[in-house]
Unconditional design. Sequence first.
Length: 344
Amino acid sequence: MVISQSHEKKVVRQTRLNGLFPNTQNPVVFSAPMLGTANGTLAAEVTKAGGFGFIPAGYNFSSDSDGPDHLAQLSQELAIARKLLDLEEAMLTALPVGVGFILCHESTATHFISNAIPVLQEHSPQAVWLFAPRVEDVEKGVIKEIVERLHDNGFVVFYQVGTVKAVKEAVRDGADVVVAQGTDAGGHQEVLVVAAGGIVDGRGVVAALALGADAVVMGTRFLLAQEATTPQFKQELIAKTTDGASSTFKHSVMDDIQGTTIWPKVYDGRAIVGDSVEDHLNGVPTEENVRLFKEAAEKGETNRMITWAGSAVGLVNKIQPAGEIVKEVREEALQRIKELQNLF
C-alpha cells in the first residue's frame, strides 16, 4: 500500500493474484477444498469477504460407478454458490470460487476430461485445484493433458505439492499456482506460490508472506466455520484442543483404521489424538484397531473417530461465520505488518 503525496489517499497495490481474482483483498486468504467439510455456502461466504473459497469435488469421476456421485454433488454446490453470490441471472459470468479435485482414483485417467470438465464448463468457476495424482498418470502425461484442457476452457489451475519433485512436475505440467504444503517450495518463474499448513491466524499469514508466498490457504481454521459441514462433536474437539504439537499425530494408519482406501501410502494425514491413535501408539495391531473402530461407530460412539486437523489447531477455539474468519485474519495480518514497520 502506498500514499499519494498530492492527494493523500491510499492506493491499493494490485498483484498478479488480484488480477486473476479481482474480488480478492490483500493479503489473500483461500479456504481449502476439504472433502466432507467445505461446501458451496462456505466458499461463497469466504469470497464475499474478500477471500477466495474452494468447493471439494471429490475423487470419483466415473458415471457408472457404485461409489459416491461426486460430480452431481459438485454441481449442486456450485449452483448454491452462484445463488449466494447473486450471479444466477448471469450464468455466463465466471463464478468467483474454485473447485478442488483429488486425482489418486483410477477414474482420473479414464473419466476426468469426459465427465468433470463439462460440469466445470456449465458452472464456470474461476479456478481448479488439483491434488494427489497417481505416479503413472503424471508419467504418462495424463495430468498435463488435464491441465491443458482446463487452460483451454479458461480456468486458473492450482496444483498442491509437498515436495520439490512435485513442484517441478507442477511447473512442467503448466500449473498457474503452486500450493506449497510445507516449506519446500519457493518462487518458480511466473508461478504464483500459495502457502498451506499450520496457518490459522494473521501472524501465520505474515510469516508466510515474509517467506515469499503470494497468499495463504487455511483449512483447519475453516473446520470451525458456521457454514462448514464439520460434525458438531469434531468442532467441539477441535475447539478444546490446546497444543497441536502434542495433541496431533501424522501417519497413514488413520486411513487404515477408518477405511479410507483411496489414498496411496505416500499421502498421510494429521489428526487429533483420540482412542484409535492412542491404541496405535501403544502397539495395538491395526486389525484390532479397525474392529474397535467399527464397533464404536455402530454404537454411535465418537471417541474412536478420526478428526483431521493441522498442527496449529491449538489456536483455533471458536466457531465463527466464514466471512468473519477471513476478515479477522486479514485485519490481524495488516495490523501485524504495521507493528513490524514501526520497529524500523
